[in-house]
Design a protein around this ligand. Structure first.
Ligand code: HEM
Length: 263
């Protein structure tokens, strides 16, 4: 593990050093997060002098941010797309509905960014997949002071686990069909999807630490799924075994062997 951690650090240091050099030489950095982060950081440090370490970020902090964005953004979105392909293989009628919508909006053209947010069926499908297979199954919090939660008084230093996946599957909230794939429950938006309108859908967390990448993730998933639907019909291979399995994210334990047919 230490070796891998060292290797990742060296890789990131290399990328960061190259970018910093480019900024110093007045070259425009690419319009991406690392470029923005470094530029704002260098400006901050120049304006305030390097002695005040409370301003700006250290190189280690920049490295940690890069790791966080990669870790938080890559596998989560990838397992969302994986489960979506699995579920749409299990429910070919929904695969067809989604394809119809995509072809209606984009035909064979590359999906355009603005129109992606108008996809209704695809959106309902992604929400339903996020409900049944939330990539992050649990949120954890630690109390730093005595907290009152309803009738409960919780002392400082208690670890709380908020099991997103159980809440997403609770029949008291979602109805007796809670474990079924039924995208229509999101037809009238998230707040009308539950039996009594209570907040029970939070695949991206909630509150001040809500996922900063959620819009990006949904656009990415819609773009990927639309392009797959435009070009392929797909079904599960006989080898597929349904075994949701959690190691950090929830993913199919034996992979997702899927047969694609070009259309
Ligand atoms: C389907 C995809 C995704 C899911 C399900 C997801 C889920 C989550 C959840 C549940 C949290 C809250 C964690 C907590 O409260 O303890 C979170 C936070 C975060 N996510 Fe995502 N995420 C996704 C995609 C992304 C992407 C694409 C990015 C970046 C490009 C990203 C960056 C982050 C970051 C930086 C945080 C921490 C925010 C903070 O603590 O202020 N996520 N995500």
């Amino acid at each position: 593990m230490k070796e891998i951690a060292r290797e990742i650090r060296t890789l990131l240091m290399g990328i960061i050093a190259k970018r910093e050099k480019a900024i110093r030489n007045g070259e425009t950095t690419k319009d991406d997060l690392l470029g923005l982060l470094l530029e704002s950081n260098m400006r901050e440090n120049e304006q305030n002098g390097k002695s005040d370490s409370s301003l700006g970020m250290t190189i280690d902090e920049v490295i940690e941010e890069c790791k966080l964005f990669y870790f938080a953004g890559q596998e989560t979105t990838s397992v969302l797309l994986t489960w979506t392909l699995i579920v749409l293989s299990m429910h070919p009628e929904w695969q067809e509905k989604a394809r119809e919508e995509v072809l209606q909006h984009f035909g064979r053209e590359k999906p355009d960014f603005d129109a992606l947010s108008r996809l209704k069926v695809v959106n309902m499908i992604l929400y339903e997949v996020l409900r049944l297979y939330p990539p992050a199954v649990m949120l954890t919090r630690r109390t730093y002071k005595t907290m009152q939660l309803g009738d409960l008084t919780i002392p400082p230093g208690v670890l709380l686990g908020i099991p997103i996946i159980f809440i997403h599957h609770d029949p008291d909230i979602w109805g007796s069909d809670a474990t079924e794939f039924k995208p229509t429950r999101f037809a009238e938006g998230i707040s009308n999807a539950t039996m009594n309108g209570q907040l029970a859908f939070f695949p991206f967390g909630w509150g001040p630490r809500i996922c900063i990448g959620q819009n990006f993730a949904l656009i990415e998933a819609k773009m990927g799924l639309s392009m797959i639907l435009q070009n392929f019909k797909f079904e599960l291979s006989e080898k597929y075994q349904h075994a949701p399995y959690t190691v950090v994210t929830v993913h199919p334990e034996h992979g997702a062997p899927i047969k694609f047919q070009r259309i």
